[in-house]
Design a protein around this ligand. Structure first.
Ligand code: ADP
Length: 410
């Protein structure tokens, strides 16, 4: 097809030829003028009717330089998000650190921005990973052992963005490792604690068997009472192990039952008086007349009180008072148990609630202790939003107290 310009040229040419032909043949001048004007109008109509040929738009044209998407790192929301992250986070372009959040600066230093990421994160595993980033076989997460200090472990993860940009996430796993270590130490300690009485029981049973009934009655009775004591120690240990695992499992479940702490303490003191008659007369209670209402787990609160009071009865000197007191302190109630015993040296105080920690192992064993009593107290106290305080003076005695929030009914 003709384009607009060619059509116009053809139309004008035709008009001109017609006009010359009319003039040469001696036509009427008016008819010649009319024909010329009509021809021009036709040409103009043709010109406007034929659409101009517009070049096709190039839909897949490459973007101009200033259309390239801006780096995510320069987006104001990105900087905002990065600084809210608690864990270290780095943005890199061509392996150069271009952005580092506060946590990353705290961990690696302010100088890292602008540095090669392999020098910013000085660790052989990180360097190797960053140098082989295109390799599909690389693991998603890298372990940085002994980073940044010996004994610590961090992990590194990378999110690839467009171009050569990456986000590097660093995460501290040291606390998780410590918890794992504590768990395996606990299993090892528990096994050791169970093995000791078990070995004693088996030893005395074998001795009795070897004597084949030839033992005198007092020796046999002595052996049997040792077997019984060791078996009871094992039984108490199993009870305490079950308690601690149950209390730990309930750790994040807030108690919802309405209980009266005064009534729980009264009942517990009564039970201990019955089970420890030698010390029952030394128990002094100052519990007041009123109720002390709180949200709690009755069995656990009773166990907490039992452990603290029985420790005071065990470690306080025989014949000296063990005072059990309940005191209101505003919207809280304080349970305190005081004894007059050897007391505890200050350096032991922070460790008393660790599982199996004892100041004097032989003493604890001789009074039937498992080393778990105060660990159980700590967990039960925490579950009830209680504050545990241990004050002690060597040669004078110890006061253990737990302060609980009262419920709105109080
Ligand atoms: P145990 O079963 O050995 O008594 P606990 O966890 O109850 O274990 O207590 C840990 C250690 O704290 C005890 O072994 C003991 O050394 C010390 N202790 C606890 N209560 C007292 C106290 N009232 N007086 C002196 N020492 C105490």
């Amino acid at each position: 097809m003709f384009d607009r310009l060619s059509s116009l040229v053809i139309a004008l040419t035709m008009v001109a030829i017609a006009a010359i032909f009319a003039a040469l043949t001696g036509g009427d001048p008016l008819a010649i003028v009319i024909m010329a004007v009509a021809g021009l109008v036709a040409a103009a109509t043709v010109h406007s009717a034929i659409p101009a040929v517009v070049p096709e738009p190039q839909s897949a044209a490459p973007p101009a330089a200033n259309d390239v998407p801006a780096s995510l790192f320069r987006h104001p929301d990105f900087a905002h998000w990065v600084d809210q992250e608690q864990e270290p986070l780095l943005g890199t372009a061509d392996n150069i650190v271009t952005i580092a959040n506060d946590a990353a600066v705290r961990l690696l230093g302010r100088h890292i921005v602008g540095a090669d990421v392999r020098t910013a994160i000085r660790h052989p595993a990180a360097t190797e990973w960053l140098s082989r980033m295109q390799d599909d076989a690389l693991p998603e997460t890298v372990n940085l052992i002994d980073f940044p200090r010996p004994g610590q472990r961090w992990t590194m993860r990378i999110a690839a963005l467009s171009g050569s940009e990456n986000i590097i996430f660093l995460s501290d796993r040291s606390a998780i490792d410590a918890a794992d270590r504590m768990r395996s130490d606990f299993v090892a300690n528990a096994s050791h604690e169970l093995r000791t009485p078990l070995a004693a029981i088996l030893g005395y049973v074998e001795t009795l068997q070897e004597m084949n009934g030839e033992t005198d009655a007092p020796t046999r009775d002595r052996f049997l009472s040792i077997i019984e004591r060791e078996a009871r120690r094992m039984q108490q240990l199993v009870i305490d192990l079950l308690s601690i695992s149950r209390v730990e499992a309930d750790r994040f479940r807030r108690p919802t039952a309405n209980v009266d702490l005064a009534m729980i303490i009264r009942t517990t003191v009564g039970q201990l008086s019955d089970s420890e008659p030698a010390r029952a007369k030394d128990l002094v209670t100052k519990l007041g007349d009123g109720a002390q209402p709180m949200l709690g787990d009755e069995a656990q609160l009773s166990q907490l009180a039992h452990n603290i009071i029985s420790n005071a009865m065990k470690y306080g000197h025989a014949g000296t008072p063990v005072t059990v007191e309940l005191v209101r302190e505003g919207r809280r109630v304080r349970l305190s148990v005081s004894d007059q015993g050897d007391g505890i040296a200050p350096d032991h105080l922070p460790r008393l609630t660790e599982r199996f920690y004892r100041v004097d192992e032989a003493r604890s064993r001789s009074v039937g202790g498992t080393g778990l009593g105060l660990a159980i107290v700590k967990h039960i106290g925490e579950r009830h939003q209680g504050q545990l305080d241990i004050d002690s003076e060597v040669g004078k005695g110890t006061r253990v107290s737990v302060t609980f929030p009262l419920s709105s009914k109080g």
